[in-house]
Each structure stands twice: as structure tokens, then as C-alpha cells.
Design a protein around this ligand. Structure first.
Ligand code: CDP
Ligand code: MG
Length: 159
């Protein structure tokens, strides 16, 4: 039940000054941040992170997007953290993402707009899709010594 998941605040989130907003939402939900760092990845690392998408038509633009500036990477721990963070992120296409989600509240792109302009869908956040994906992504982005074990107040109150 207690899971860990990876999030990346993509370059558009960093450039738009939305890091605090997203971190605030995660903290407010009662989830625990157990690791966090800013990283500017290169094409080689992008190919590792998005290995499932390399052969897809949109990969070139996705590569350009994710390597265009630093990202804020974090590991989030909590009850059903993978599904809860996906829910908070919202649908991949911001045009469809529900209000109240990060993508729904702060982004507007559609597939049609992105494809017409030869760019990636700018949707602010990456979050692991499944517990298996989360395990592999956390291993790729973080060393064990960068992840911390401590108690947040929500855990202290549920004894
Ligand atoms: O990020 P998420 O898991 O919601 O979606 P994905 O299907 O794993 O795709 C990864 C990322 O590629 C998306 O978040 C978009 O930024 C981008 N993408 C795109 O630009 N155009 C598509 N047709 C599909 C994905
Ligand atoms: Mg995905």
C-alpha cells in the first residue's frame, strides 16, 4: 500500500515558476517527499528515461522539450502514491485534464496544437505510470543515499 513514485517538474514548470505550487499541492495532500534535486539532463539520459517512447513519432520533440532546461526531480512516498500522484497530475493532454489537477489548472496544450507546431505537449509534470515503472525510474534518477527515511506529521498522528 505504501508506494514510492517519481515526479519531474519539466522545464516549462521550472521556467514558469510553478515548482512551489506543485510541491505545495503534494505536501498538502499528506504525501512525503523523500528525495529532491534539480537536474539538467542530456539526450542520452532522456533516452533512458523515455525508453518506452523512443520509436514513437513524437520522440524528437519530447527529447527537445525534456532537455531544454533543468527539471526538478523528486521521489514521493505515501499510500497509493503512484495512482494518487497520477490523479493529481491529470490527463496527458492538458486540453482534457480535469480542473483541479496540475495539468488541468496550469496548462492548455492540445495534441492538435503540438503536432501542428512540431513541438511536444507541454504538460508541466512527469509522474510514474505504474509501481513497476516507478521502481525503475527511481533507480535511474536517484542513488539510495539521496533518499531519506523520516516521519511526517501525518504519520505521527495516525498511531
Ligand atoms: O506523461 P504521461 O505518462 O502522461 O504521457 P506519456 O504517454 O508517457 O508521454 C510522455 C510525454 O510525451 C507526455 O507527457 C508529453 O509531454 C509527450 N507526448 C507528446 O508530446 N505527444 C504525444 N502524442 C504523446 C506524448
Ligand atoms: Mg508515461
Amino acid at each position: 500500500m505504501i508506494q514510492s513514485t517519481l515526479i519531474l517538474l519539466k522545464p516549462d514548470a521550472v521556467e514558469r515558476g510553478l515548482m512551489g505550487e506543485v510541491v505545495h499541492r503534494i505536501e498538502r495532500a499528506g504525501l512525503k517527499i523523500i528525495g529532491m534535486k534539480m537536474v539538467w539532463i542530456d539526450k542520452e539520459f532522456a533516452a533512458k528515461h523515455y525508453s518506452a517512447h523512443i520509436k514513437k513519432e513524437f520522440y524528437k520533440s519530447l527529447e527537445e522539450y525534456i532537455t531544454s532546461g533543468p527539471v526538478l526531480a523528486a521521489v514521493i512516498e505515501g499510500v497509493s502514491a503512484v495512482a494518487v500522484i497520477r490523479k493529481m497530475s491529470g490527463d496527458t493532454e492538458p486540453k482534457k485534464s480535469a480542473p483541479g489537477t496540475i495539468r488541468g489548472d496550469f496548462a492548455v496544450h492540445s495534441y492538435e496544437y503540438a503536432d501542428k507546431n512540431g513541438i511536444s505537449i507541454k504538460n508541466l509534470i512527469h509522474s510514474s505510470g505504474t509501481p513497476e515503472e516507478a521502481k525503475a525510474e527511481i533507480k535511474l534518477w536517484f542513488e539510495d543515499r539521496e533518499l531519506h527515511s523520516y516521519k511526517i506529521v501525518h504519520e505521527k498522528h495516525t498511531r
